[in-house]
Design a protein around this ligand. Sequence first.
Ligand SMILES: Cc1cc2nc3c(=O)[nH]c(=O)nc-3n(C[C@H](O)[C@H](O)[C@H](O)COP(=O)(O)O)c2cc1C
Length: 255
Amino acid sequence: MKITAFNCSPRMGTSNSEKIIGPLLEGAREAGAEVETLYARKLKIAPCTGCMTCWMKTPGVCLQKDDADMARRKMMDADVVVLATPIYFFNMTSYMKNLMERTILPTALPFLREVNGRFGHPSRFPDRTLNVLLVANAGFWGEDVFAPLLQTLERCREAGLEEDGREHMHFVGNILVGFGEILQTEPFGHFFEPLFEELRAAGGELVETGEVSRATCEKLAEPLFTYMNMDADQAVQMANTYFENVIKHVEETQA
Ligand SMILES: Cc1cc2nc3c(=O)[nH]c(=O)nc-3n(C[C@H](O)[C@H](O)[C@H](O)COP(=O)(O)O)c2cc1C
């Protein structure tokens, strides 16, 4: 199995996204997968200009010559694409949105098509399905925090549905981690060893079964303070005390 991961956090290698996909991809590699990680911020991908050249003048080929074409080919070649993003404004980062606009739009035909009451576009590659493992982490926690991202991606999946039910975008799992910012706090690292172990196992499961099961995703959806044996109120208090102390320290050192 070939897995290509796109880490769409601007923090790249030091991100919480990396701390989550790191063990996951390690588990997948140990189970025999060929794994590659690309950092969306490092890629030179200019925003879509909406010129529609890739739809009409040079079908399937964007006018802008940058890394988007390479990223699109890597996506098309992979058995599974991992899209990792922190939640920014209750959705994906602009890096991930930019990546999707520039890599996925050229794979669609311009024609409007309604399937199951939902508008979408037929694919330029009728036999190709993009298998996506979504990995998102957020400062907050709770289903509502991830809902707008999930809704956006679900609508994109629907936009690629064939009348016979075949999908051009298929989700092989959604790993949604709340209170993710705690992973930046190095001294707390040991609390998360069980999480990293679960992620490693999830990577193995992905290679063995082609997906990360709903049960595994649900287990991984526990907000991270639970690994510290804290409840939500204690987590809020800890986070707010931390922010107060940092701000005070900065004020004192600047005075
Ligand atoms: C510009 C910006 C917007 C953010 N918006 C949200 C948000 O809407 N909801 C939330 O729960 N966290 C939000 N966060 C917090 C990040 O999701 C959180 O810090 C995450 O752990 C960062 O992950 P990373 O290290 O992988 O980038 C935001 C952070 C930034 C910098």
